[in-house]
Structure formats: structure tokens, C-alpha cells
Design a protein around this ligand. Structure first.
Ligand code: BJW
Length: 241
């Protein structure tokens, strides 16, 4: 990128593409359909009300699958950045897997990761509003560990629901000198709008993606290729520069 004002505060947005090379399907790729359902048809409160077994089965399958996957070099590189970057850093992930944390946990880093669409490994009790860690199934309607009600659902953000920690995200975008988007299609808001928010607030913007996304035109720079190559190279550049 062109040399500009010193870089201190970075916001990184990650999407399904960063976990693709760990073997987790993206949503809008060829493999993104689940039993003929598009994510837009399963990931809604209306779908859950209409057919809870279908939705719980979808999430039970994915919760089990992520526990068999491992972080890839892109997650490792962001964990390395987190360890070595003295300025502000917020990794906002749309992903509900825990691969950023597992890359960091292996390397002993802090918690600068925010899951704006929730987490597979949490359940949400709609009776008492607790959010227990959860690695098993929900289809069998287990009781909530806090209140005993059989009212647990996946702790993920469905279409029509408000993503988590928007105030913290907007505060970080307002402070950002650099906004970097990794492996996201730019199809889902409000995340798809962060590049324009960041730009209008003065940040430089960089996209790392396998192919051009719906939002590419909003970025100052787009680099195309697999995240496992682009992200470590970019982190090297940043830490060495
Ligand atoms: C690689 C790679 C490799 C592959 N290396 N790259 C009309 C217009 C505008 C907005 C709306 C509208 N109608 C409704 C809305 C709002 C709606 C929305 O955006 N709908 C769109 C469909 C238009 N949004 C919402 O409802 C959100 N809530 C909301 O807006 O509340 C209002 C509000 C907001 C803020 C403040 C106050 C009020 C909620 C959205 C919830 C999204 N939930 C999901 C499911 C989560 C749980 C689960 O996992 O099941 O989140 S949907 C799904 O999409 C998931 C993802 O996080 C999200 C984004 O997907 P992502 O990550 O971009 O994946 P893909 O598959 O789309 O793309 C993969 C990318 O990777 C591609 O670009 C590849 O090229 C790339 N790639 N391999 C690098 N190796």
C-alpha cells in the first residue's frame, strides 16, 4: 500500500473464506447448500419457529464438524499479529467457529476477537437469557444448566436479528487507521457496510479474498488469492515494515 500516515489502529473483518482451507464450507460457494437449503432459508427466527428440528439438526451437524477442524496459516498469522502489534487491534469475525481462538490459544494470546454473529460453542437459553458453553447437541432439547427449562437454541445471529457488540465495532471503526476484510463476500449487512463506514471515517481499506467480492469496489486495494497465503504475507509486511 502507498506510504501514508503512521499506522496504529487496525480493524480486521473476517468471513467464511478464512476458514475455507480448514475444511469448513463457505455459505455462498458451490458446497454452501445444506440438504438443498440456502443459509438464508435456515438461518432465520421464522425458519426456527416453523421447523425447529430442521434448524437444530443443521446447527448440531455444524457444531460437531467444527470440533474436528484446525486453524490454518491465515488464523495463525492473525494470532501472530495480535501477539506482536502494539497498537489497537480488533478482529471482528462473522464466523461462528472458534478457529481464531484456537490459533491464539495455541500461541497464548489475548482476547481481541469479537464474534458479531455469535458462536457455535455457545447455546442461548431463551427462558433465562443465560449463554452456557455448549459442545454437544440441542436436537434432544437438553435442559438449560442454569434454569432447567428446555429452551436452548444456538447462540448465533440469524437474519433479522441484531449482530452482537455493534457499539464496540463502530467505536473501533471510528478509531481505525486501517480496515482489512478477509474472506467475506460482502453479501450480508451490517458487516458488508463496514468498509464504507471505515473509509468515511478516514481509514485506509484493504481486501484479501480468493476472488473479487460484492464489496471490492469500495476498497483502496484488493489482493486476490487464498487466505492461507495472502494473510501471512500481509502480516509479515506489516510487522517488518
Ligand atoms: C476465500 C477462500 C479462501 C473462499 N481464501 N477467501 C436488503 C438490503 C440490505 C440489507 C438487508 C436487506 N434485507 C435484509 C437485510 C439485512 C440482512 C442482510 O444483510 N441480508 C442480505 C441477505 C441482503 N442482515 C441481517 O438481517 C443482519 N441483522 C441486521 O441487519 O440487523 C439490523 C441491525 C443491524 C445493526 C444495528 C442495528 C440493527 C443479521 C445477519 C445475520 C447473518 N447470519 C449468518 C448466519 C450466522 C450463523 C450461522 O453460521 O449459521 O452469518 S448468514 C451467513 O452469512 C453467516 C455469515 O457470517 C454471513 C456472511 O457470509 P460470509 O462470511 O461472507 O461467507 P460467504 O460464503 O458469503 O463468502 C465467502 C467468501 O470467502 C467469498 O467472498 C469467497 O470468495 C471467499 N473465499 N475461499 C480467501 N481460501
Amino acid at each position: 500500500m502507498a506510504a501514508m500516515a503512521p499506522l496504529r489502529n487496525i480493524v480486521i473483518l473476517t468471513g467464511a473464506g478464512i476458514s475455507a482451507e480448514s475444511g469448513i464450507d463457505t455459505f455462498r460457494s458451490a458446497g454452501g447448500l445444506w440438504e438443498q437449503h440456502r443459509v438464508e432459508d435456515v438461518a432465520t427466527p421464522e425458519a426456527f419457529a416453523r421447523d425447529p428440528d430442521l434448524v437444530l439438526r443443521f446447527y448440531d451437524m455444524r457444531r460437531a464438524a467444527i470440533q474436528t477442524k484446525a486453524p490454518n496459516p491465515a488464523h495463525d498469522a492473525l494470532a501472530r499479529l495480535d501477539r506482536n502489534w502494539d497498537g489497537g487491534l480488533l478482529i471482528v469475525t462473522q464466523n461462528v467457529d472458534d478457529l481464531h481462538e484456537r490459533a491464539g490459544a495455541l500461541l497464548g494470546i489475548s482476547g481481541r476477537v469479537l464474534h458479531m454473529h455469535g458462536e457455535h460453542l455457545n447455546a442461548w437459553c431463551t427462558a433465562c437469557d443465560s449463554r452456557p458453553r455448549w459442545s454437544g447437541t440441542l436436537i434432544d432439547r437438553p435442559p438449560c444448566p442454569t434454569c432447567g427449562e428446555a429452551a436452548l437454541r444456538p447462540d448465533v445471529v440469524w437474519f433479522g436479528e441484531v449482530p452482537y457488540e455493534m457499539d464496540r465495532i463502530h467505536a473501533a471503526l471510528g478509531e481505525a487507521d486501517l480496515f482489512v476484510s478477509i474472506g467475506t463476500s460482502g453479501a450480508v449487512y451490517p458487516a458488508a457496510g463496514f468498509v464504507r463506514n471505515a473509509r468515511s471515517l478516514g481509514a485506509r481499506t484493504l481486501e484479501l479474498n480468493l476472488e473479487a467480492s460484492q464489496g471490492s469496489r469500495w476498497f483502496d486495494e484488493t489482493r486476490l488469492g487464498p487466505a492461507s497465503e495472502l494473510v501471512p504475507a500481509w502480516v509479515d509486511e506489516l510487522l517488518d515494515g
